[in-house]
Design a protein around this ligand. Structure first.
Ligand code: ATP
Ligand code: ZN
Length: 285
């Protein structure tokens, strides 16, 4: 039987979350000592461990069928590959930063400046769209020290908390791209590999949906039931169960993480009691 080859980062910021995502999809993998490649034990998947920068090229060439890589790397490399799913981890932004002491009003202030970056294509595109001409210096690492050593006036680099910029005396002034890890694929997978990829995507989507939702159980006085369930649409509609105390009912539903605290506050103020909130492992629709 054909196996689908997935490329993931060998070590670095995407490694742990990529492995965890496969495990959450109930895919068992044994990582050997050499960590070049391994085969899943209960799913037709071969895992290749690579540098993240090389993954788009391997996907274009078909050496790997699918891969997990940051959107930032994928868009910078401009290879002919397809994004199949965003994965919700590895979140960061590609931002322009200038020395803390410099004044900044708007993007016009970057006109004619020297900017150091490992993302020359994305930065060039960003400036061209805004009719700004700046001098781009491509460097492969330690971009944040470039202004301090006189190599550039400003930088464009990946930021998550902003603490690295702060420690290097820089401040963020423009966002070029919001990024996260994505699952990308070779353009022309054969039909048997497409079937395996669709099975994997089906699992990934079930896990993603579950992560974004919580299972909620609460007790509700019967005279408030209609009002309370109007806040709890659930997947189709909430479950309502009678309690031994005939004045109250138990309500079970699913709530989206983003709306969670707002809904809980409303439920409390409407008289809901004994609210339990549980994580969900998978949601299959
Ligand atoms: P490799 O050795 O594989 O080339 P790397 O050093 O280029 O690794 P990492 O620093 O491990 O790469 O980052 C991998 C990806 O993690 C980035 O391309 C980006 O998509 C994501 N990421 C998330 N947060 C950050 C951050 N604060 N800084 C850098 N990358 C981040
Ligand atoms: Zn890299």
């Amino acid at each position: 039987m054909d196996k689908l080859k997935i490329a993931i980062q060998k070590s670095g910021r995407l490694y742990e979350d990529s492995i965890k995502m496969l495990k959450d999809c109930s895919i068992e993998i044994n990582i050997g000592i050499d960590k070049l490649k391994t085969t899943a034990m209960n799913f037709p998947l071969e895992i290749l461990f690579l540098r993240d920068d090389d993954i788009p090229q391997y996907l274009e060439d078909g050496v790997a069928d699918i891969g997990i890589v940051g959107k930032n790397v994928l868009l910078e490399k401009r290879k002919k590959i397809k994004i199949k799913e965003t994965l919700g981890f590895g979140k960061c932004r590609l931002s322009i930063a200038i020395p803390k002491s410099s004044k900044y009003h708007d993007i016009e202030d970057l006109h004619g400046k020297k900017i150091a970056t490992s993302y020359p294509f994305l930065v060039q595109e960003f400036f061209m769209e805004r009719c700004i001409s700046a001098e781009i210096h491509e460097i492969s690492g330690a971009v944040e020290i470039a202004p301090g050593i006189g190599l550039a006036d400003c930088i464009c680099d990946l930021v998550s908390s902003g603490s690295t910029l702060f420690m290097n005396g820089l401040k963020e002034v423009e966002t070029v791209l919001q990024s996260e890890a994505v699952l990308a694929s070779h353009l022309n997978l054969c039909s048997s590999k497409n079937i395996i990829m669709d099975k994997l995507l089906f699992r990934i989507r079930a896990v993603k949906r579950a992560k974004n939702n919580k299972y909620i159980l609460l007790n509700v006085p019967n005279d408030r039931l209609d009002k309370i369930i109007s806040y709890l649409p659930g997947i189709k509609s909430p479950v309502i169960l009678p309690l031994a105390n005939s004045e109250c009912s138990a309500v079970h539903s699913v709530v989206n993480e983003n709306d969670f605290w707002g809904i809980i506050e409303n439920l409390k103020s409407l008289g809901a009691q004994d609210i339990l909130v549980l994580p969900i492992e998978k949601i299959v629709l």
